[in-house]
Design a protein around this ligand. Sequence first.
Ligand SMILES: [Fe+2]
Ligand SMILES: [Fe+2]
Length: 289
Amino acid sequence: MRIIHLSDLHFPTKLGITTLRGKSLLGYGNYFLRRKVKYPENLWTGLVTYLSQMSYDALLITGDLTNVSHPIEFERAYQNLAPLLDNKAFLIPGNHDRYKKEALAPEPLFEKFFGEWMGEVVGLRAFVRKKVIKDYVMLGWDSNKPMPPLVASGYVEPEVFSISKPILQKEKVILLCHHPLWNPGKKIESRSHRLKNRQEVAKFLSENPPLVYLHGHTHTNWFKEPGPILPFPVVNSASSSRLTDNAHHSGFHLIQISAKGIQVERHVFVEGTWQETALQRFQESEGVV
Ligand SMILES: [Fe+2]
Ligand SMILES: [Fe+2]
């Protein structure tokens, strides 16, 4: 089983200032101006070509396709992703795709544009989606809700646990959720950025482990080895469409699952070309749950 994991594509999209209000205006100023330079177009077009030459069974994306959940951003994200959207694709939203109430009602915009690649609905009230590819279950959780300005925290609803438990106990599960469960270093993420019930999620998954947990949200790549608290690998592929710099290890991961176990490769855009590079590999004890 060969899995490509991308995250946090945040395609920079020019929006009319008059179409933005409140939080969106603030967010647009913040993200568009900063991100335009960091997310060059040749990096993305190069990635589409690079992936077209790789063989894989699943293409998984853990959210943040947009910046302020504007319909024009969703349209742009759809056009950029179109060459990769086939029956191997499975996508979940990130907090930037649920940025404000209008992104969810009257019609959820993420579902409007990407519903075809979001698998089947498992939970009616809570967001749990699944897609079976080659005997493996891709299980998607939505940890995002519209929040006040400058808040990017997430939450996994109690129903998500009860719906997911029998699937995690019976199937070979690749779990996707936008927010991290573990961070390298001594400090957990700030309260305004992290999964609010992270300890509860960690306890649930330690008792009902997936084969691997895929996420994004914090924009630098890492791979956490299975450990005593989270007995499965954790992979962060954010941000796959961004240039690498001193503070951000960007790129994507190729995850291979076989009888030998799980092997992970990291690929990065350097001087105009995509290539394999060293994993940002950590033991669980080198960070915090
Ligand atoms: Fe992000
Ligand atoms: Fe995020």
